[in-house]
Design a protein around this ligand. Sequence first.
Ligand SMILES: Cc1cc2nc3c(=O)[nH]c(=O)nc-3n(C[C@H](O)[C@H](O)[C@H](O)COP(=O)(O)OP(=O)(O)OC[C@H]3O[C@@H](n4cnc5c(N)ncnc54)[C@H](O)[C@@H]3O)c2cc1C
Length: 461
Amino acid sequence: MSETYTLTREIPVGDAYDLVVAGGGPAGAAAAICAARLGGKVLLVEAAGCLGGMGATGLVCAFDPMADGEKMLVGGFMRELVETLYRRGFLKPGIDPDSWRKKYHVWTPFSAEGLKLVLDEKALEAKVELRFFTRVIDADTDHKKVRGIVLSSIEGYEYIRSKTFIDATGDAVLSRLCGAPCREAGIDTEHIMPSSLAAVFSNLDWSKKNPGFQNPEGVKLIEEEYEAGNFIQCDRHLVGISQIGNSIGYLNGGHIFGLRAARVKDLTEGMLLGRRIVRDNERFLKKYSPACADMELTATASVMGIRESRRIAGEYELNFDDYMARRQFPDQIGVFNKFVDIHPYDCSREEYDRLVREAFGSDRLNPGECFGIPYSILVPRGFENLWAAGRCASSDVKVHGSIRVMPAAAMMGQAAGTAAVLSVRTGRPAWDLDTRELVETLREAGAYLPQRELSETMTRT
Ligand SMILES: Cc1cc2nc3c(=O)[nH]c(=O)nc-3n(C[C@H](O)[C@H](O)[C@H](O)COP(=O)(O)OP(=O)(O)OC[C@H]3O[C@@H](n4cnc5c(N)ncnc54)[C@H](O)[C@@H]3O)c2cc1C
């Protein structure tokens, strides 16, 4: 940067809170709602005009697996959410509840509009103060203690004080502003998992066949269409279109490789490319999937579907050895069984083969197994009153490939919101919270935490 401009402003100071949550995706919504239910005065600040994050503005309309083939692993707020969506008719028509309560590696498709509505209701019921169309743009931090943050909205800037803060921005935006140590994909790691622009289509005929393309014949078709000039890139990994309504489907297809979520230029170019890729996939699906023959594009997402960007370096970094060991932690706030799902880093055949090997190979946890997600991956190293939940929690690349998804994000959010309230109540900082009390409080709220041993102190590196 050759030139700089010094910005000096006197800005209004708003109300003070027990907790401010930045970002209202699965992690942030769970954090704010669960903290408010425990009596905290909570402000939830969301850049978009709804809650749900990737599941709503991102049009990513399916929850990852929540059971282990025998029982449901994901309890607490996430379980309540999926059950409410089911009762209200917002899940895929005709879905079997065992899909999320019992089955091994089965996704649960939902309506993005249903998710928005149910989260609105739960947030209002819990008396969370919501602020949409508002971004956290700065932080006032004194030695690993956050005093306040600066918000930007159509009304201008505002300074907000709070006793505690949760970063649920997906991209560790608040943690970085607070000076917490972070790692950025592609800079601090070798690769960046690609992004995708999701889309919703209507007028599908679900009584007809909707073949998958993640098989040798499907991949051959993709290669042929690319050779014929019908695809911008030869992206063999077409996840496909899933039913979410009577005649509606959600497309998770096409990748934007090397996109850095912390760069506006990348995001802008990614959206332009993403919309072209959706059209390529639409033509392909109309040709090869009978269910899609007459479908119409209803909407592409208004935000880029980011899988990997920035994560905090936490008190503990959950790693692949922990995953493979099915490690259980005394301070675990959730357990999970989902394979390491790292989408191809580029369009090469080698990368596609790597994905298939990893997703279906021996690294998969078996039915009945799970690994633990410890509290300490939510705490930026040494911080007193800041937590990071969801996609930006602390893990290595491989474990991130498993826990980056919505059910795990919601479990982390609920734990961070609960921890913030306990911290306010007891005066104990994030880095020294009584994790025995945290686990017991989460269990009371319906979390499934099977560890036998509890510990007052968290797991550390
Ligand atoms: C294409 C794609 C397909 C996926 N498929 C699945 C799937 O099938 N199943 C599944 O469970 N998961 C899936 N995922 C993963 C999952 O959707 C996300 O990783 C998950 O939503 C992460 O939750 P989060 O709350 O951490 O972040 P997000 O959902 O990203 O929410 C973050 C929120 O923070 C807000 N925000 C960001 N910056 C600021 C700021 N400065 N101030 C205020 N607000 C801010 C954003 O607007 C957003 O609402 C997929 C992801 C992608 C991209």
